[in-house]
Design a protein around this ligand. Sequence first.
Ligand code: FES
Length: 172
Amino acid sequence: MDLEALLTIGALSERTGVAPSALRFYEAEGLIQATRAPSGQRRYSRGTLRRVSFIRVAQQVGLSLQEIRDAMASLPDNRTPTERDWHRLSTSWKPRLENQIAMLERLRDRLDTCIGCGCLSLKACKLLNPYDEAAADGPGPRYLLTKGPYAAAGASASASAEASCAAPACDG
Ligand code: FES
């Protein structure tokens, strides 16, 4: 194998922006593989740049290490993955990523209104989560994790709750 064509851990770190300690961790977790130079130092194929880039971004958007490990396990060990290999991986991630996108959109759109967390601290909570009825669906901010009451009322639910609570009769 031509070690000249391979990357040192420093070069891989510099190009990906991922610390060498994290790269060693990825290797220990089986997410990437290194060969060894005669000196014993790690060497990586250039294809590792793409693997590390995917791992890094997947972590940043909230995928767990186990999800990433499962996906990476579908890539071939003995050769650089082709477009077809990556397409297969991306297809398996699509439903998960679409869920993640939907949750991020809810977070973006509901930061200033009731998220169904049980605090009942906003005026909108009276209408959207009266008596914390969202707790019946499970723990956590129910209206970020699911569509909650916004599913039926659409995007106008928040505005309408705020408009209702702005009325003099609302003491919320
Ligand atoms: S924001 Fe917490 S229950 Fe409404």
